[in-house]
Design a protein around this ligand. Structure first.
Ligand code: AMP
Length: 401
């Protein structure tokens, strides 16, 4: 069975075609700048590739590019489109409606649309992606939606409620949802596999550290708390997002500067975090290079990030009552060994001990344990793979149907 995995954004659409017999990636690519000018990239599993500018006015036109590339004589990987058995879509916000992946129906699309107020940019783009997909592939190809929020739906109410008047939870569903759920789900399951233990017996803290970052406490395979909230703005400091702060900071700056809610939203989501503190870049690599060259604000940004990670691990250890494993994943978690080293060296009170040499080598796709045999907590670096989770869920639901 060959499954096409789609991650549709408002102006981009990433895809992977996965052969489920061995879970190999047959092809992957990205449609960028949809509705602007348009750029298309496609790479086959064996390295054949193409890249060109092409106007894509909407998601349907983007899907036509994907379709053409998949069956193209030079860079294609299938003979005809009918070889695509099913399509799996990543959806950011499933609200309280979707607690697991589901097959797409008209009602499901309407429900995802109803959640647009909770994730205006993302869910609107996902709906466009699903509808465009139906236009191009036809109604007979089954489609599945996999939600970033679903894995977090096991959180207890004490963890997901905000202490604002209860009516806003009832009226507008204001609560913590959490994001990156598919990634936390993948790495936690993989961590249990690597430990050779049943996930039901494990207490874990998974750290997804990328341009967007979130940390999750998982007890027996079920999320009990996560750092992102109503939106992906909460939690630890990120590339351009603040992470948690005193809400009064928002009203204070807004009043002083005369900013509108939308201007404040831009400030908190796009101008803060690494970029806002360092003034150098939102990218961890640039900030680390600047710090290395003596830039004090870049060093401050790094120190703050590591401090935030440390605080969440401490808080979630308290929530779990014990921690058996800590996992680092995503761009920063998988590649930036110095952050892992600095954080783990401060976790001695938990009995964490990492092998600095092994840690330094665990970069660029390396998976493995970085803690020593003496460590009371196993620490892993596990490259995330959200696409494979989407493909597996898609296959399971299609086979069941
Ligand atoms: P993501 O959002 O998961 O793609 O992660 C993006 C972040 O990961 C950026 O801050 C990058 O600086 C960082 N990152 C990605 N690749 C590397 C690498 N090879 N070495 C160090 N940091 C990396």
């Amino acid at each position: 069975m060959k499954i096409l995995v789609i991650n549709a954004g408002s102006s981009s659409m990433k895809y992977q075609l996965i052969d489920m017999t061995d879970e190999s990636i047959l092809a992957k690519g990205n449609c960028e700048r949809i509705g602007i000018d348009g750029h298309f990239k496609h790479t086959a599993g064996d390295g054949r590739s193409c890249e060109y500018d092409v106007v894509m006015n909407n998601h349907t036109e983007a899907f036509i590019q994907i379709k053409n590339a998949l069956i193209d004589e030079k860079v294609g990987v299938i003979k005809e489109l009918s070889e695509v058995s099913a399509i799996g879509h990543r959806i950011v916000q499933g609200g309280s409606i979707f607690k697991e992946s589901v097959l797409v129906t008209e009602k499901v699309i309407e429900d995802i649309e109803s959640l647009i107020p909770l994730a205006p940019l993302h869910n609107a783009a996902h709906v466009q992606g699903i509808r465009a997909c139906i236009d191009v592939f036809g109604k007979d190809v089954p489609e599945v939606v996999v939600f970033d929020t679903a894995f977090h739906s096991t959180m207890p109410q004490t963890a997901y409620m905000y202490a604002v008047p209860y009516e806003y939870y009832e009226k507008y569903a204001v609560r913590r949802y959490g994001f990156h759920g598919t990634s936390h789900r993948y790495v936690s399951a993989r961590c249990a596999e690597l430990m050779g233990k049943d996930i039901k017996d494990l207490k874990m803290i998974t750290c997804h550290l990328g341009n967007g970052s979130s940390i999750t406490a998982i007890d027996g395979g079920k999320v009990v708390d996560t750092s992102m909230g109503l939106t992906p703005l909460d939690g630890i400091m990120m590339g351009t997002r603040t992470g948690c702060l005193d809400p009064s900071v928002v009203t204070f700056i807004a009043e002083k500067e005369g900013f509108t809610p939308s201007e404040m939203d831009t400030l908190l989501n796009k101008k803060s975090g690494f970029l806002g503190i360092s003034g150098v870049s939102s990218d961890d690599r640039d900030v680390c290079a600047a710090a290395e060259a003596g830039n004090a604000r870049a060093q401050l940004a790094i120190d703050m990030l590591e401090y935030h990670i440390l605080k969440y691990i401490g808080a979630y250890t308290a929530v779990l009552g014990r921690v058996d494993a800590i996992v680092f994943t995503a761009g920063i978690g998988e590649n930036q060994s110095s952050h892992r080293e600095n954080v783990c060296h401060k976790l001695g009170y938990l009995g964490v001990e990492i092998d600095d040499k092994v840690n330094a080598k665990a970069i660029r796709g390396v998976e493995g344990k970085i803690s020593t045999e003496n460590s009371k907590v196993d620490v892993f670096v596990i490259p995330t793979n959200e696409e494979i989770v989407i493909a597996r869920d898609t296959m399971a639901l299609v086979n069941k149907a």
